[in-house]
Write a protein that binds this ligand. Structure first.
Ligand SMILES: *Cc1c(COP(=O)(O)O)cnc(C)c1O
Length: 218
């Protein structure tokens, strides 16, 4: 599917639910995609991209940034504390804040740097043992810890729903948790479910294969 078709589907979904299409940021998830495909999407005008590994992003985005202006990069994969510095140097937003140790490290490095990326807390709404993210019951405490103890500006919440469950239940829960904590940002919805995420209030959707085509197996 072309970028234009995805943009149209985003706009239709937003308008259907009485929302302004501009209130939904389309993050083109370029992880693992060949540079030629990424370049083609850049040439179609897309400027917001998502990557899930710091090292992989370091390998391609400095060059693209030298060729294209106004690129905005979102980290959507897990972040190790020893990668916080390079992550802050590269990314404009981080969607995967999920533990106090990481919050502490981000806080220290952000203070040294003098500016903060947009920060989302990942929530494990499905309570899956293998998945990262704060459990719903621990979220309110973690949000206040980030704000009060670590002085981190939190923009919103992020979720990756369990594969075999109805995603809209998880989107609705995320929206409820965000509202309760006074958070405006909702990072939810991927290629297969971004329309229902938009209906439930997504402000950031993360769409990979629908834009770029299938990822090559690693
Ligand atoms: C890969 C990835 C996506 C994009 O998935 P698609 O199904 O290709 O749209 C979205 N969010 C996260 C966290 C991802 O790792």
């Amino acid at each position: 599917m072309s970028l234009l078709e995805i943009q149209e589907r985003v706009a239709v979904a937003a308008i259907k639910s009485g929302r302004n299409p501009d209130a939904v940021s389309l993050i083109a998830v370029s992880k693992v995609q060949p540079n030629a495909r990424v370049k083609s999407v850049l040439d179609q005008g897309q400027r917001i991209f998502g990557e899930n590994k710091v090292q992989e992003a370091q390998g391609k985005w400095p060059d693209f940034r030298a060729q294209y202006s106004d690129i905005i990069l979102h980290l959507i994969g897990p972040l190790q504390t020893n990668k916080v510095k390079p992550a802050l140097a590269l990314f404009d937003a981080i969607h995967t804040l999920d533990r106090p140790k990481l919050a502490r490290k981000l806080s220290t490095e952000i203070q040294a740097l003098g500016h903060a990326p947009q920060l989302f807390i990942q929530v494990n709404t499905g309570q899956e043992p293998q998945k990262s993210g704060v459990l719903p019951d621990d979220l309110d405490g973690f949000v206040s810890q980030c704000r009060n103890e670590f002085d981190l500006p939190i923009a919103g919440l992020m979720v990756i729903p369990p594969i075999n469950e109805e995603p809209s239940l998880h989107f609705a829960l995320l929206a409820k948790l965000a509202k309760r904590n006074g958070l405006a940002g909702l990072s939810m919805g991927m290629s297969s479910d971004f329309e229902s995420a938009i209906a439930l209030g997504a402000t950031h959707i993360r769409v990979g294969s629908a834009i770029f085509g299938a990822r090559q197996p690693a």
